[in-house]
Ligand binder design. Sequence first.
Ligand SMILES: *Cc1c(COP(=O)(O)O)cnc(C)c1O
Length: 372
Amino acid sequence: MLLLIPGPVQTRPETRAAAAQDIAPWDMDFRPVYAGIRETVRQIAGGIEGEHATLPLQGCGHFVMEAAIRTFVPAGGKVLIPHNGAYADRAVRLAGEAGRRVVALPGPDTRPVTAEEVAAALAADPAISHVAMIHNETGSGIVNDPELIGPAVRAAGRRLILDSVSAFGALPISLAAHPEIDALVFTSGKCLEGLPGMGFAVARIESVTAAAGNAGSWSFDLSDIYQHALRAGWGSIRFTPAVQALAAFRVALDLHDAEGGQPARLARYRENARVLHEGVRGLGLTPYLPWEAQGPVIVTVHQPADPNFALQPFVDALKRRGVLISNFWNTQAPTFRIGCIGAVTPEDMRTAVAAIDAALRELGVRRREAAL
Ligand SMILES: *Cc1c(COP(=O)(O)O)cnc(C)c1O
């Protein structure tokens, strides 16, 4: 089965094989593996030794994003969230439920937020201490660019939390060039092509140290994870981790490096996205985004206008042809979504385009363009 969802992604057999063992996380053989993962991840993030630390947290992306918001935005403090997609919706809810005051900066999910919009929102409200931004919006496929937004946050003297869950490992970022970033957040199961189960924040040590006591939670406190590392060592884990996911992640990181690191991964994903975007247009379908706004992680496509189209039967028909896509959509208009990330190639995308064509024929979908 070709898994074309934007996480958890299709993995390589070597990665999955590394999970097929029993492991004691505190064992002396495993400690260097865990410490090594933290080091590799900091390097991919362009973090500086002694200035940035990798702070892993068990669980999914929302967990580590909540931990970052709780740790860095003081309780009752204000956070600006560019609100241009489904994952921004989630960040808004998550920060609000954590008791932080949210200023949502509304925007369509078909274009990135601009530096001017962020600068104006920050200038209008001096009580905002942080911006929390979705790097790649996994709902629609747009990319909010930290190279544009970071300088606006920096110029305003505020801090940035970057949800890079569906971007890190593929889209470029260097923490050394972004002193405004308190934390860059991601998981094991997206562009780094590991198994799901672990979240990571690469955080600025100065900020983590200053944030002690903010979180209002022991489980979701990045500063406690940092303090634990200082006390017990970088190979030590506070609570039981998804240790098989960590073992697999080590292999996935080595495969990332062997492929040529972030630039090579981005190039493969971009080509995946290009083949898909061009392919669905060739079938008479309407991509949700114009190519100029299309990021490399997920291609969303308007649902065809034909009344014979329904999402679940379409997903089932694709699955019978060996291609599995999401059976839900979360753009502002009805779409279906195809992930371009994971251990998949442009050739796989051509297979997917052919399967989409065959599935639409099977369902009797003739009017393929969007009902706009
Ligand atoms: C996948 C994702 C998350 C986290 O999702 P989980 O299901 O909690 O792992 C957060 N933000 C973005 C942008 C994502 O793509």
